[in-house]
Design a protein around this ligand. Sequence first.
Ligand SMILES: CC(=O)N[C@H]1[C@@H](O[C@@H]2[C@H](O)[C@H](OP(=O)(O)O)[C@@H](O)[C@H](O)[C@H]2O)O[C@H](CO)[C@@H](O)[C@@H]1O
Ligand SMILES: O=c1ccn([C@@H]2O[C@H](COP(=O)(O)OP(=O)(O)O)[C@@H](O)[C@H]2O)c(=O)[nH]1
Length: 425
Amino acid sequence: MTPSLSPFPTGPLGGDPLDPGVLAIALVSEHASPLAALGGVDAGGQNVHVACLAGALADRGHRVTVYTRRDAPDLPGRVELREGVEVHHVPAGPAEPLPKDELLPYMGEFGRYLARGWRTRAPDLVHSHYWMSGLAALRAARAHGLPLLHTYHALGTVKRRHQRHADTSPPERIPGEIEIGLGCDRIVATCRDEAAELTRMGIPRHKIGIVPCGVDPDRFTPKGPAAPRGPYPHRLLQLGRLVPRKGAAVAVAALARLPGTELVVVGGPPADRLDDDPEVRRLRGIARDAGVADRVRFTGAVPSEDVPPLLRSADVVVCPADYEPFGIVPLEAMACGVPVVASAVGGQLDTVADPGTGRLVPPRDPEALAGAVAVLLADPAAREACGAAGRRRVLSRYGWGRVAAATEAAYCEVLDAEPAATGAG
Ligand SMILES: CC(=O)N[C@H]1[C@@H](O[C@@H]2[C@H](O)[C@H](OP(=O)(O)O)[C@@H](O)[C@H](O)[C@H]2O)O[C@H](CO)[C@@H](O)[C@@H]1O
Ligand SMILES: O=c1ccn([C@@H]2O[C@H](COP(=O)(O)OP(=O)(O)O)[C@@H](O)[C@H]2O)c(=O)[nH]1
């Protein structure tokens, strides 16, 4: 490791000064806690990203604090997620779950909490996730002259373009995202499409670096238990938050062109609340109308340890989102050696190699989705080759160790320091 990187007092969390070269890193993730259950409307890839990035940075010897909003009264102020990673529950607004689009009024309080804490124990750098965290962190980091890096995870301009009136983001979002981009020291975008969108928003290209999201290839493996299959010769699987933009309706409509195939939809509310969920009801209606209701199964949200067996049980994983800022699910499928048919949007343009690891098809096009899937279902050898290529692609590019190393390099650029010598995994 290299000489001390910090002009600021270190040891922000444990109290003791840190060894030279060890960074004290503050990750700010206002609505997406690394401790949250996944699959709900607001708990998805960002939660995974923050948890895994924090862990992989700790593996490289750094000390990480994740700041997330306290959304239940009984949450402890601090929780050790693992060695080197602590989660702080920030009091900002009522200590109860709130939709993320209602959190902006509490971001001043969130930022003041950060600034107060950093007065006595400042991190070496701050890395904020999602626009509201960026606003809170911008104020607090500026107050102490701390370097700030930002990852958007999703952009208001893109969401507005695709969802129009259904977009419930506050009007402050797009101007806020520009303010963050102009005010922070560096943007850690996750794919080329996002970098292009940011430059169209007027953010200088030289401030933007690209580091993808990652996957844990030791947890997501081709070998291992597979979930039991239904009575059909073929299984498609879709995984993620159950919101309309994820395109499950496209997958259901495609099923009408794929006889002998079942579709398992993983994610959404807990299994015992599926019947009350508006999106499940909508999708069941579409399935009924298409005459495929008996071949569509909803599991509800599943804990992350149950995800690899489900992925392994599928012949093809479909990711037909209308838009997808990055999309961790294709990486998880590829890591499990399963071919992916994804919409040609966002991060999926970078992650899915067509035809090597799967196929890219136009979004919102059930016919194109069904066509690409049918070719793979008819050819077991092609599926196996795609799966193996997907696994190789993940191992060579997307392990969290590599992602953390590249993120650390961005931190060091901002701090004008040398990266640590630790190998990437
Ligand atoms: C659809 C989408 O934006 N997915 C991204 C993103 O995920 C979530 C997204 O940021 C949600 O916000 P929004 O409604 O404004 O789009 C948040 O509620 C969720 O917490 C995010 O998980 O980030 C993922 C990680 O970078 C990315 O893989 C995914 O494509
Ligand atoms: O019931 C569920 C649904 C989703 N996920 C995980 O949630 C993440 C979704 O991330 P992605 O980036 O694909 O989409 P986002 O939800 O952020 O839009 C992936 O790690 C999934 O494995 C999960 O563990 N259980």
